[in-house]
Ligand binder design. Structure first.
Ligand SMILES: [Zn+2]
Ligand SMILES: [Zn+2]
Length: 409
């Protein structure tokens, strides 16, 4: 494509002057005038010259929704008009998941400036993405407050994911103290996300709330209905089912090998064995699942092998392998009330992680080896579907668990 600053044939100067006058009166008309002028002069118009500036901005908006950061950047380098269109508010307001999904290890001032420009232009995804990262990776109270404000902005502008994240922040009192927990506000955000945007994560979280009576009046049947609906609507469900099958098969193979070895004779050896089984399940599940951009960024950010950002002492990350949320104060996340060895930011994370791996590392396996007696049946409390027996579930997330209470004390 020819750039507009290198026309194929020079037009008569009077015509150019007229075209320039028109352009100043009517934005976007200058390109059309240039093309008409060239046609009168017998030239063949280059296609890009026929595109008015405002249309070019819309085209870049489409590009901002679907291209990778490199593709977008390369396109803006084509010529000055492309650069102007690519950095225009109209185009950047459409910046989406792909163009902003720079990996944490590649994050630099340019990526940061681009994300900030997209936020300023009004991109809803940019507000959600930058808000999530700022909130959970914050080093100062100001950064955390700025992150929360961006998440609120994204929610107001219709981001279903921001509704879900804000709900979890309310459930946990994230960024504040324990007394700042507000389950009712969290449940209300989930209900809003479900009704207004048909958000699957919000629906799933609300289903768990209803089952546990957490932030809403308990309604086990309605909770189960929402969980079933969420599973049916979730485009991730087939991938999750495949991941669960793969994890189960991998765990069974390791378990069989360990049993043949027949050298698990102490509780510590049983715990170590269960961890080995669980790790095999986790690795197999990971082959089939992908973290969402904000989770992937946070997972890399706090991964010692990638960015290596260190959490403050006593703080933990969510144990779900695809969740990047981290505690904003000590003992914020609830522990598994059965084994106390894993922590989750939310019931959704706990529930899915149970299916993927934790069931192999929690009490049932230790019970399997004959070392501990599980009270799984009595703690279950009417959970359905993927909800784990003896999980943090109703008790911890309802705030009545002795384990959680002891942890919070
Ligand atoms: Zn989580
Ligand atoms: Zn457990």
């Amino acid at each position: 494509m020819a750039a507009t600053d290198s026309p194929a044939v020079a037009a008569p100067s009077s015509t150019v002057a007229r075209a320039k006058r028109k352009a100043s009166e009517t934005p976007g008309r200058d390109a059309l005038e240039r093309v008409k002028t060239r046609r009168r002069a017998g030239a063949t118009a280059a296609p890009v010259d026929a595109v008015p500036d405002d249309v070019l901005e819309v085209i870049f908006g489409h590009l901002a929704r679907d291209s990778t950061p490199r593709e977008y950047h390369d396109a803006t380098l084509t010529c000055k008009r492309f650069r102007d269109a690519g950095t225009s508010k109209r185009a950047l307001s459409d910046a989406g998941e792909r163009v902003l999904a720079t990996r944490a290890k590649d994050w630099n001032n340019g990526a940061s400036a681009f994300a900030d420009a997209a936020v300023a232009a009004g991109s809803v995804f940019a507000s959600f993405f930058v808000g999530s990262v700022k909130f959970y990776a914050a080093k100062t109270k100001e950064e955390r407050t700025a992150g929360a404000a961006l998440l609120a902005k994204a929610a107001v502008n219709g981001s279903p994911d921001a509704h879900h994240t804000l709900a979890i922040m309310h459930f946990n009192g994230s960024g504040g103290r324990r007394k700042d927990k507000d389950p009712e506000a969290g449940a209300a955000l989930c209900a809003r996300g479900n009704i207004l945007f048909n958000s699957v994560p919000a629906k799933r979280e609300l289903g768990h709330c209803l089952q546990d009576g957490f932030g809403v009046e308990r309604d086990v049947a309605l909770g189960k209905k929402l969980l079933v609906e969420a599973a049916a609507e979730d485009t991730q469900t087939p991938a999750i089912d495949i991941a669960v099958s793969a994890a189960t098969a991998a765990a069974a193979a390791v378990e069989e090998r360990l049993r043949k070895r027949n050298d698990i004779n102490t509780l510590q050896e049983a715990v170590t064995a269960s961890r080995e089984v669980s790790n095999a399940a986790r690795a197999a599940a990971r082959e089939h699942l992908h973290a969402t951009p904000e989770n992937r960024f946070l997972l890399d950010w706090f991964n010692p092998d990638v960015c290596g950002e260190v959490l403050p002492p006593g703080m933990h990350a969510c144990s779900h392998p695809l969740c990047g949320r981290v505690e904003t104060r000590r003992h914020e996340f609830r522990r598994c009330s059965c084994c106390g060895r894993v922590r989750y930011c939310s019931r959704s994370c706990q529930s899915l992680d149970w299916r993927l791996q934790h069931k192999f590392a929690c009490l049932p396996l230790l019970e399997l080896y004959g070392w501990m007696e599980s009270d799984a049946e009595s703690v279950d409390g009417g959970s359905v579907g993927p909800s784990p027996p003896g999980s943090p579930g109703g008790a911890d997330f309802g705030g009545a668990s002795s384990a959680a209470a002891a942890a919070e004390a």
